[in-house]
Ligand binder design. Structure first.
Ligand SMILES: [Zn+2]
Ligand SMILES: [Zn+2]
Length: 439
């Protein structure tokens, strides 16, 4: 395990043809060149050309590493975030630490922000949660995010040594099972979007509350058998959390096992289609079964507040709409979709395998993320849904938001409001894990 604070590489923009911004303090781009003020970078013949103000060429190289001379800040224009989500938007963002510009072989460039883990966390917690959220929620989130992040850095080293690919696909004529893991990114550790964790640098002032939560948990990790826990989290479990293997590889992880999002009820895991239908069409007592605007505002940034129907939800398609979406998203011509048949589900009812029956083609698809992607223009909230076909209409009735593995963010928020401490919250969702201060 680690014994000092690691640094993290965050991909801010990826595969753009040009980037512009400003160094708000002095930055060193070579041993003897120090710059400040506006800049622009373009790619030409596999190299990045960095221009300063008045378009003066500063440097041309395959990679340009811009290091702050002291405590530096830089700004990037037109950063897109919420990619592929209904609230996608574009804004200028400000970052601390180093800027690394890298040319890709396809003629695009990538901008990476290198920053210390604790600073990164303060920004993430501050942008993901309201400053008015209860301190124990912020602390629980800081511990979870820190563990997730550093476990991933460790795993990445291990995986690249072993040569394990980031996307695993098992494909035959009848079945396509695919999942994606976090070592998805080649040039950086995490992206700045929801795919990893939303990160806006210091664009918005880091709240005192977020900073306090990070300071008070400085270096504290979830640990299981002398290893930092791979502490996954998602928005709402829907009442029961999923084990790791529902979303990723077939591997039993003792602290990522199904738990009730409740201390009053120990819900039974779902094993049959009838149980799935009963569960999904009911509204069981659960921490994340809330529509309390005051609680949701604490954990969902303003652009997410449109979403309040996450615990139980409904999506309706005509056969024509559905056929078009599935064809477009899967790249497979199913013809007219005639039926959707659940084949296998995890503990919370999330499907790991779904059979799509079309007039041209029938195929079983998995795992949960692939199902969510194929059946929606953006993403379905979750793969825990049942299908009712009424005439020419498909009604998908579902529960939960996200993969449902590990900590339930909305459930954790409600626990904190009800007075549970950060340690109780993380230990509720990560069974068998312990807390340990590593630096
Ligand atoms: Zn990512
Ligand atoms: Zn929950």
């Amino acid at each position: 395990m680690i014994s000092s604070e690691p640094k993290i590489k965050v991909g801010i923009i990826d595969r753009y043809t040009e980037v512009s911004g400003a160094f708000r303090e002095k930055y060193k781009i070579t041993e003897d060149v120090v710059v400040s003020g506006e800049f622009r970078a373009v790619v030409k013949e596999g190299k990045i050309i960095l221009y300063g103000g008045k378009d003066i060429e500063l440097l041309c190289a395959a990679e340009i590493y811009c290091r702050p001379v002291n405590e530096g800040e830089f700004l990037l224009n037109d950063v897109i975030f919420g990619i592929n989500f209904h609230w996608e938007r574009k804004e200028s963002q400000i970052f601390q630490g180093a800027l690394h510009l890298i040319a890709r072989s396809d003629g695009t460039l990538t901008a990476v922000n290198e920053i210390s883990v604790e600073k990164y966390l303060a920004s993430v917690i501050s942008s993901e949660m309201s400053a008015t959220a209860p301190m124990d929620l912020l602390k629980a989130h800081a511990i979870t995010s820190r563990s997730w992040l550093v476990a991933m850095l460790e795993m990445k080293k291990e995986y690249s040594l072993l040569g394990i690919p980031s996307q695993r696909t098992q494909r035959t004529d009848e079945v396509l099972i695919r999942y994606y893991d976090r070592e998805d990114h080649d040039l950086f550790d995490v992206c700045a979007d929801d795919h990893c964790q939303r990160y806006h640098g210091i664009t918005k002032i880091i709240s005192d509350a977020a900073q306090q939560a990070v300071n008070e948990t400085h270096g504290i990790f979830l640990v299981y058998e002398n290893k930092i826990c791979d502490a996954r989290f998602s928005k709402s479990c829907g009442g029961i959390s999923e084990p790791f293997e529902t979303t990723w590889q077939e591997q039993h992880i003792p602290y990522l096992v199904p738990v009730s999002c409740s201390v009053q009820h120990q819900y039974k895991e779902i094993t049959t289609e009838d149980e799935a239908a009963d569960w999904i069409t009911s509204s069981p007592e659960a921490f994340c079964n809330t529509t309390d605007g005051n609680i949701l505002r604490q954990i969902l940034p303003s652009f997410d507040q449109e979403t309040t129907d996450f615990f139980r939800w409904k999506v309706v398609y005509t056969a024509e709409e559905l056929s078009e979406i599935v064809c477009k998203k899967s790249g497979i011509d199913f013809g007219r979709i005639e039926n959707l048949i659940p084949i296998e589900r995890g503990a919370s009812g999330r499907m790991t395998k779904l059979k799509i029956v079309g007039s041209n083609k029938t195929l079983i698809v998995g795992k949960e993320l692939e199902i969510r992607r194929w059946l929606s223009k953006s993403h379905l909230y979750s793969s825990a849904f049942i299908v009712n076909k009424v005439g020419d209409t498909f009604i998908l009735t579902g529960g939960g938001w996200g993969h449902g593995v590990g900590l339930c963010q909305i459930g954790a928020a409600v626990m904190a409001v009800e007075g549970f401490k950060a340690e109780e919250i993380v230990k509720h969702y990560f069974k068998n894990a312990e807390l340990q201060k590593l630096y």
